[in-house]
Design a protein around this ligand. Structure first.
Ligand code: GLY
Length: 344
């Protein structure tokens, strides 16, 4: 039995989400004191539900979500809204999303549009969602096969991080989330980068894992706090994602694997432009490799990927805000022609 030493992460100015870190999911009711129990809707990843059935009370409103991109369709959103309405959902309802990034996206989106917005919270169950998807308020669903085309920026009331859910992740699923942690280190923290290089992190090394996750969460929230609407600084969180999203769409790789390859590509561009030394590109490569993340982009068809990038919602007049590294721990937004990205 794990000894929970739960605490609330230090409040960051302009961030409206409370982070209950290392808290047991079984204590969630403590944070929902003012809510009618029948008016709470749990949107749960179906695999998480199967694996942790005993944690879910049968008398609660529970709707299951498959963790696939297909679930992020307007059709699925409208069917979930219909179910919430049938179960008596109203303006005072509270939605709790329990799962990975897909569940967070759907939960945040529904809570933002249902009755013009109701309260919501996340219980992220993957490394990736703890360190990224549950934070910062971005949500979205796919439209006309374009990922996250429709969505809002709306912060959850709270995020409850119960590390016990990570126990059931396979090694590759666990490691996948480290792509986002390494991203945070690359763009903002040489100290975290060094720590990741030095340490051996696994589910069993709970104190170290907690420390790394906490650092990664505060890097993300500090960046978001300065630009919640994603107009300036927040864009650096897209490091590795321009290329990564296109790889994900084309090759159907996992998010972390795609972002890993995207970061390698962005490092190579940074190197070609004279910002990042060969030695530092290799350090990023070695770190990703250490977490079992892919680093070989030789088999990726770059021109096909660039063609997909042209369709990216962030492209304006064939130019894109591409995130490069000036150094490990220091990112910069470079407005660049897509055609100039081919030379890496
Ligand atoms: N995942 C990138 C962001 O939240 O801005």
């Amino acid at each position: 039995m794990y000894d929970y030493k739960s605490f609330i992460l230090e409040k960051i100015k302009h961030i409206n989400t409370s982070i209950f870190f290392n808290e047991s999911f079984t204590n969630i009711d403590n944070y929902l004191n003012d809510v009618d129990q029948n008016n709470i809707f749990f949107l749960v990843d179906n695999k998480v539900f199967e694996l942790h059935k005993t944690l879910f009370q049968p008398n609660k409103n529970t709707l299951l979500i498959k963790s696939t991109e297909d679930s992020k369709s307007i059709k699925n959103v409208s069917s979930l809204i219909e179910k919430i309405l049938k179960l008596g959902g109203n303006k005072k309802s509270y939605i709790i999303g329990i799962g990975g990034g897909i569940v967070c996206d759907i939960t945040g989106f529904i809570a933002s549009i249902f009755m013009r917005g109701i309260r919501f919270a996340y219980v992220p169950t993957t490394v990736l969602s703890i360190t990224d998807a549950a934070l910062g308020g971005k949500n979205g669903v796919n439209f006309n096969h374009i990922k996250n085309l429709v969505g809002t920026i709306n912060e959850p009331n709270f995020v409850l991080v119960d590390l016990c859910f990570l126990d059931s992740l396979k090694e590759n699923e666990f490691n996948d989330g480290f792509a986002e942690i390494i991203k945070h280190a690359c763009i903002a923290s040489p100290e975290l980068f060094k720590k990741l290089e030095k340490s051996l992190i696994s589910y069993e090394s709970r104190d170290l894992l907690s420390e790394i996750l906490k650092e990664s969460i505060s890097i993300k929230l500090n960046i978001v706090s300065k630009d919640i609407n994603d107009l300036t600084l927040r864009k650096i969180l897209n490091f590795g994602h321009t290329f990564g999203h296109a790889i994900e769409a084309k090759y159907n790789f996992s998010h972390g694997n795609s972002v890993s390859l995207g970061m390698i590509y962005a490092c190579q561009i940074s190197n070609k432009l004279g910002y990042l030394s060969d030695e530092k590109v290799n350090r990023v490569k070695n770190l990703l490799n250490k977490f079992g993340l892919p680093v070989d982009i030789s088999k990726i068809n770059v021109s096909e990927i660039l063609h997909l990038i042209e369709k990216d919602k962030k492209v304006k007049y064939n130019n894109i805000d591409f995130i490069i590294l000036r150094d490990i721990g220091c990112a910069e937004i470079l407005n660049i022609k897509i055609s100039d990205l081919i030379h890496a």
